[in-house]
Design a protein around this ligand. Sequence first.
Ligand SMILES: C[S@@+](CC[C@H](N)C(=O)[O-])C[C@H]1O[C@@H](n2cnc3c(N)ncnc32)[C@H](O)[C@@H]1O
Length: 277
Amino acid sequence: MKRFAEVPIERVKSFWDARPCNIRHSPLEVGTKEYFDQVEHRKYFVEPHIPKFADFQRWKDKKVLEIGCGIGTDTINFARAGAEITAVDISTESLKIAKKRAEVFGLSDKIKFYEADAERLSEYLAPQAFDLVYSFGVIHHSPHPEKIIEQIRQNYVRKGSILKIMVYHRYSWKVLWMLFQEKGKFWKLDEIIAKHSEAQTGCPVTYTYTKRSVEDLIGDGFIIREKFVDHIFPYKISKYVKYEYEKEWYWRLMPQPLFRFLEKTIGWHLCVTAEAK
Ligand SMILES: C[S@@+](CC[C@H](N)C(=O)[O-])C[C@H]1O[C@@H](n2cnc3c(N)ncnc32)[C@H](O)[C@@H]1O
């Protein structure tokens, strides 16, 4: 799993600065209320398991640390639910949009933003215990994911704090699909995954995990409470980029219960909830 350990963190930052995650989820002008509403609508339409996993309402009046907030779709929902949220990201450009979002919805006083490399978080954010540490689709994009977990364990939880992370699932339809795209060059699998994992090609770091290897990542400091996979992207990309939602023929013909079964077995998102010991 050390495949991307030598990638400089600056490359990670530049990649996300060049195109913050989900920035094209709406064709409207970036930064307006309508833009943010459309971004949120599309995100939770395509990834409907997120609100259930995050369980925003549960964190009312609780302290939440979000690692890798991107443009702040989940962040704003924690704030709306009444959480006291601290949001961290390495990408200056993503944070600008996330801050604008907080302003637009009148929630700036509910969210503290930090630009930081989560692998060295304690150099930026004073150690303190949070009730929830949440990180959706982030840790696997950092050269040393285990350092982020170590930061969380040492500095930002107390006994009973909850950790919720989503990392990419190695045994997934998406990985198989990427292999098809690259004519089955399985010996280059990690490279291929990084190339195709995001909306923009060529992500510098994308690790993937199995249900077993994610336990090693999380380590001994936590008890795993829930672990599940979900999410297959069923739409034609050529249509999706035009904000049209037409499924590939094979997903369209498939009975919904079978599609859900596949999402729950070979889905792309490996979601884990754990409790600090
Ligand atoms: C796929 S995006 C996910 C954003 C957000 N969680 C969401 O679901 O929309 C990954 C985010 O992780 C951030 N990131 C990657 N490595 C990081 C690190 N070492 N420290 C802080 N943020 C990091 C990127 O800047 C990017 O915004």
